[in-house]
Design a protein around this ligand. Sequence first.
Ligand SMILES: *[C@@H]1O[C@H](CO)[C@@H](O)[C@H](O)[C@H]1NC(C)=O
Ligand SMILES: *[C@@H]1O[C@H](CO)[C@@H](O)[C@H](O)[C@H]1NC(C)=O
Ligand SMILES: *[C@@H]1O[C@H](CO)[C@@H](O)[C@H](O)[C@H]1NC(C)=O
Ligand SMILES: *[C@@H]1O[C@H](CO)[C@@H](O)[C@H](O)[C@H]1NC(C)=O
Ligand SMILES: *[C@@H]1O[C@H](CO)[C@@H](O)[C@H](O)[C@H]1NC(C)=O
Ligand SMILES: *[C@@H]1O[C@H](CO)[C@@H](O)[C@H](O)[C@H]1NC(C)=O
Ligand SMILES: *[C@@H]1O[C@H](CO)[C@@H](O)[C@H](O)[C@H]1NC(C)=O
Ligand SMILES: *[C@@H]1O[C@H](CO)[C@@H](O)[C@H](O)[C@H]1NC(C)=O
Ligand SMILES: *[C@@H]1O[C@H](CO)[C@@H](O)[C@H](O)[C@H]1NC(C)=O
Ligand SMILES: *[C@@H]1O[C@H](CO)[C@@H](O)[C@H](O)[C@H]1NC(C)=O
Ligand SMILES: *[C@@H]1O[C@H](CO)[C@@H](O)[C@H](O)[C@H]1NC(C)=O
Ligand SMILES: *[C@@H]1O[C@H](CO)[C@@H](O)[C@H](O)[C@H]1NC(C)=O
Length: 462
Amino acid sequence: MAMLPLFFLFPLFFSFHPIQSLFATSLPVTVSVTDFGATGDGVRYDTGPIQVAINSCPEGRRCHVTFPAPGRYLTATVFLKSGVVLNVEAGATVLGGARQEDYPEDPARWYVVVAENATEVGIGGGGVVDGQAHKFVVREDPRKNIMVSWNKTGTCLGDECRPRLIGFLGCNSVTVSNVTLNQPAYWCLHLVRSNNISIHDVSIYGDFNIPNNDGIDIEDSNNTVITRCHIDTGDDAICPKSSTGPVYNLTATNCWIRTKSSAIKLGSASWFDFNHFLFDNITIVDSHRGLGFQIRDGGNASDIVFSNINISTRYYDPSWWGGAEPIYVTTCPRDSTSKEGSISNILFINITANSENGVFLSGSKRGILRNLRFINVDLTYKRITNYSGGLFDYRPGCQELVKHKTAGMMMEHIEGFEVKNVKMTWSNDHVNQWNNPLEFRASTVNNISFLNFHLGLYTSSK
Ligand SMILES: *[C@@H]1O[C@H](CO)[C@@H](O)[C@H](O)[C@H]1NC(C)=O
Ligand SMILES: *[C@@H]1O[C@H](CO)[C@@H](O)[C@H](O)[C@H]1NC(C)=O
Ligand SMILES: *[C@@H]1O[C@H](CO)[C@@H](O)[C@H](O)[C@H]1NC(C)=O
Ligand SMILES: *[C@@H]1O[C@H](CO)[C@@H](O)[C@H](O)[C@H]1NC(C)=O
Ligand SMILES: *[C@@H]1O[C@H](CO)[C@@H](O)[C@H](O)[C@H]1NC(C)=O
Ligand SMILES: *[C@@H]1O[C@H](CO)[C@@H](O)[C@H](O)[C@H]1NC(C)=O
Ligand SMILES: *[C@@H]1O[C@H](CO)[C@@H](O)[C@H](O)[C@H]1NC(C)=O
Ligand SMILES: *[C@@H]1O[C@H](CO)[C@@H](O)[C@H](O)[C@H]1NC(C)=O
Ligand SMILES: *[C@@H]1O[C@H](CO)[C@@H](O)[C@H](O)[C@H]1NC(C)=O
Ligand SMILES: *[C@@H]1O[C@H](CO)[C@@H](O)[C@H](O)[C@H]1NC(C)=O
Ligand SMILES: *[C@@H]1O[C@H](CO)[C@@H](O)[C@H](O)[C@H]1NC(C)=O
Ligand SMILES: *[C@@H]1O[C@H](CO)[C@@H](O)[C@H](O)[C@H]1NC(C)=O
């Protein structure tokens, strides 16, 4: 066997260039929003005092803007500036307004808290930022709630016209730590065109019935470290996207995730590359899909490691994204005008999965999966819900949904696949649904090796 490249053997530590921080030389200034008249009564808007407190921070200094506990600080959009870190104390909540007039004109800036083109910015302090998602529900629906739409200008789509919770746009040196993010009305924590991002000790609680409650979206941004996160939400939990630029150097470690969509998903916005990612020591429970690639727009994903991950996936209502696949690696052109991106040098090592559906590995004619490795992977298949299954899911776009008997591992358009120390077990309760452990599209699959691959039924005790 060829040696694994070093990259695959050691955890990644990003070595940022030792640029002198603009702000390192002096101690931070601290101001409190209550000193500027914020009431924290959860009823009156504290927008003015909060913004004046931030604006009072001296230029060129680090500045902690404190939200004292106890208090519920209702506010329209809060705009951060360079050097400012919101210090929301444990027992304090920043409460996002639920009226459209609480947000800027441009839907791209609809956030409860937003920083734009700023450096050394962040949020922390042990408290809560809450988006009041329930106020955006038009009608509760046991399958998926119906949400409001603020589509007045026509610049956003349907019910996706809702504010996100927190955004860093074009920022450098961002820290979000030790904070709980509750009930986002739409996406929760959004990093866009930013660099040098640290997200740690963050808990995210979205609503399991509200669509588009993504956890952390890393878009067109480089050098992100996420650690010790706890995410329990309806939509994709950790979701790198490339819309206007690539995503380089992302690590997520020591996280716990539950979602009604994908726990980790690259894409589907995938116009540029995804490169040099590590996902390590992650627990994924009760999710609709585990580890996913949805490459659809011509970007290339490469050098990505998933290690020490336990996954449990199940079916949910089909109006949600996901099909109970523990591992889902797909690239195909979204539509007839799309380019085809490749997925290469991907390692899955020390993975345990319990799931209702099989592994789906699907490249396309010019978007090949290249050099894929599964090492020490333990897959157990068992039906636990009544949802029908029996579909290959190529969405969004491509061939959409294709009826097919469930396969333990479906493989097409792959060049180089090494399977080593892999165990695949399935329950005999539904043996007719699992008669297809390995499915090859033979003419599209080349250079595959199976070493120490064990396959078998287990008998359920019932
Ligand atoms: C990614 O990280 C490596 C160090 O691991 C560094 O050399 C490289 O410059 C980083 N890439 C970007 C785009 O910052
Ligand atoms: C941030 O920078 C971008 C790109 O230079 C620019 O288009 C945008 O207007 C800037 N935003 C603000 C608030 O300065
Ligand atoms: C989080 O913030 C609380 C309150 O300020 C503090 O007591 C605690 O030490 C912080 N925890 C971490 C991990 O920083
Ligand atoms: C959004 O609003 C525009 C302009 O009012 C309208 O033309 C368009 O159909 C709306 N789109 C959706 C998806 O609601
Ligand atoms: C990265 O961000 C941290 C704060 O989040 C800052 O202290 C450090 O100087 C930044 N590094 C670079 C290279 O910008
Ligand atoms: C990320 O790194 C790539 C490659 O160096 C660069 O093209 C891109 O502009 C960087 N993005 C940001 C937001 O700095
Ligand atoms: C893995 O992550 C969990 C938190 O989810 C943490 O308690 C544990 O210490 C981590 N294990 C290692 C080996 O870092
Ligand atoms: C996964 O499960 C195994 C066996 O139960 C356990 O040893 C390991 O620590 C778990 N890893 C994670 C990331 O939870
Ligand atoms: C992806 O790789 C292909 C083949 O090397 C290349 O032609 C294409 O430009 C790459 N895509 C992007 C977005 O860089
Ligand atoms: C995989 O698990 C083995 C045995 O538990 C451990 O020795 C090895 O370091 C792990 N590999 C990685 C990349 O974490
Ligand atoms: C499956 O369907 C049956 C009959 O409709 C129902 O009684 C049972 O509770 C369902 N089981 C699950 C796990 O949803
Ligand atoms: C076969 O695939 C392995 C990775 O699985 C790769 O290292 C090797 O170079 C490939 N061999 C050929 C002849 O392409």
